[in-house]
Design a protein around this ligand. Structure first.
Ligand SMILES: Cc1cc2nc3c(=O)[nH]c(=O)nc-3n(C[C@H](O)[C@H](O)[C@H](O)COP(=O)(O)O)c2cc1C
Length: 192
């Protein structure tokens, strides 16, 4: 895919086909995360890959979706759940605090773009039960769960529109596809 097209269509997806993602694609996603820049090249991140469908369901049970929508619209229903989760772990023994979050953002961006390059959609999930998931992932004292990222082949589309009157809340259109308002360039850029 051409880069700007890839960036434009790499949106958040929240309903998925129940088709597995190949190990080759998963390896490429993790390699893309590994390629990301890191403050002082410390590379404090590691990853937990959840791909057994039983464990995916368990992780799913600890996640919250689409806070701007009523639960019955935003939460994936049975048969629409993601088929893969990747937990993003900050290893505080390598880098405690400063710029870890930036590193995570860059790694997640690479990972989700590499996925989307193969048509695999994603949703970054901050709203999850981090205590339960840290326990399930067997995290050590010095390991902190940043986010989990859900993946799957999407069964809906998502498009952006210019935000009007500062309203940035995404919504579903008449086909139940996502529409995501983005602030206009003229509202967010200043040239000196
Ligand atoms: C750090 C971060 C945390 C997020 N957490 C959640 C979440 O818990 N649940 C969810 O449904 N979406 C979550 N999202 C997805 C955002 O809602 C989404 O990126 C935003 O609505 C814009 O849509 P877009 O990604 O298609 O541009 C998160 C995104 C980011 C970057």
């Amino acid at each position: 895919m051409e880069l700007m097209e890839l960036l434009k269509l790499r949106r958040t997806y929240r309903r998925f086909k129940q088709e597995p993602i190949s190990d080759e694609i998963i390896d490429e996603m993790l390699t893309a995360a590994r390629y990301a820049s890191s403050a002082a090249n410390l590379q404090p991140l590691s990853y937990v890959v959840v791909k057994s469908q039983e464990k995916v369901k368990e992780v799913f049970g600890h996640t919250k979706w689409a806070g701007y929508l009523p639960k019955e619209e935003g939460q994936p229903k049975a048969g629409e759940e993601p088929v893969l989760f990747i937990g993003i772990i900050e290893n505080e023994n390598i880098n405690r605090g400063q710029y870890c979050d930036t590193d995570a953002g860059l790694a997640i961006s690479n990972m989700t773009l590499a996925a989307w390059n193969h048509g695999v959609g994603s949703c970054i999930i901050g709203a999850c039960d981090k205590a339960e998931l840290s326990n399930m992932f067997g995290l050590k004292e010095e390991q902190k769960l940043h986010t989990v990222v859900a993946f799957g082949y999407p069964s809906h589309t998502s498009k952006m529109e210019d935000a009007k009157d500062g309203n940035i809340k995404y919504y579903l259109d008449e086909n139940k596809d996502y529409v995501v308002p983005k602030r206009k360039l003229e509202d967010i850029v200043k040239y000196l």
